[in-house]
Ligand binder design. Structure first.
Ligand code: PEP
Length: 268
């Protein structure tokens, strides 16, 4: 299975000028390292306001551009102040969107109902979706990780019954939906679960998705949470870890491309 390394830029960089500088160095390293091969697909997710700039500059390169979120209310237009729809982000050049990041679940109270709407809107507008799941520190300490995942992955089970998937082959869903397992306690903290723990959790996620429909092909499951240039090798070495969703280390071209190189090398 192809690996994915996705950079979530969150509410960074501050200016369009800084976005261009980050792209300059990313594209320069990408050219020389040519780490983005068939083994490892690279993607970056800038803020909504920088989507058009970034996607225009990535045209003709092997890197993809994703939104960090889309509106739950409508896939196109409407009276929804402050929202950006799936159609608008696609028009700005994004081909994917991140959904259900823990920061959105925490600060915007995103529920499973909200996420089902967003997933349907993404697929309606031909955007792929990277659905983030993961437990908090408290839930991890209470050994509730699998129960939390059951609850969060139920959106995929519901998605399978939605009209947007009628007439769709399950193969094409697996090409347009990626799961990112991101333990909330590992995001931006420098704390990481062991590779064995992530491997077991990814096996559980894959098994849970397969239980929804036995005809579904295997979905890519990425790990996210304090991945950096030093620990990427160890995660990349597990066959259950199909890539990484990267926050802080995605804001420096050297660390982002080193993570890409680790996955590219391990999956070759
Ligand atoms: C994230 O926010 O998705 C993330 C994984 O952040 P970091 O790599 O900084 O932990």
């Amino acid at each position: 299975m192809q690996a994915w390394v996705i950079g979530n830029w969150k509410q960074n960089p501050a200016t369009n000028n800084d976005v261009n500088k980050l792209l300059d160095s990313l594209l320069a390293v990408n050219d020389t390292a040519s780490t983005s091969t068939a083994q490892c697909q690279l993607m970056v997710a800038p803020s909504c306001v920088h989507l058009a700039t970034v996607s225009a500059r990535l045209q003709g390169t092997s890197m993809l551009c994703a939104a960090q979120n889309i509106s739950a209310h409508s896939d196109s237009t409407g009276a929804y102040t402050g929202d950006c729809s799936a159609q608008q982000v696609a028009d700005a050049g994004a081909t994917w969107t991140i959904l259900g990041h823990s920061e959105r679940r925490q600060y915007h109270r995103e529920s499973n109902d909200t996420l089902i709407s967003k997933l349907c809107h993404a697929l309606t507008q031909n955007l792929g979706a990277v659905l983030c799941v993961g437990e908090t520190q408290e839930q991890y300490d209470a050994q509730q990780t699998f129960a939390v995942l059951d609850e969060q992955l139920a959106v995929v089970k519901d998605l399978l019954t939605q009209p947007v998937l009628e007439g769709d082959s399950s193969l094409s869903l697996a090409e347009r939906l990626i799961i990112a397992y991101e333990p909330v306690w590992a995001i931006g903290t420098g704390k990481v679960p062991t590779v064995a723990e992530v491997t077991a959790t990814h096996a559980y996620i894959k098994q849970t998705l397969a239980s929804f429909d036995t005809s579904l092909p295997e979905f890519a499951v990425l790990y996210g949470g304090s991945v950096n240039a030093d620990n990427a090798d160890s995660f990349a070495g597990s066959p259950m870890i199909n890539g990484a969703l990267v926050g802080g280390a995605a804001l420096k071209s050297e660390s982002f491309m080193a993570i890409a190189a680790a996955f590219n090398h391990a999956k070759a």
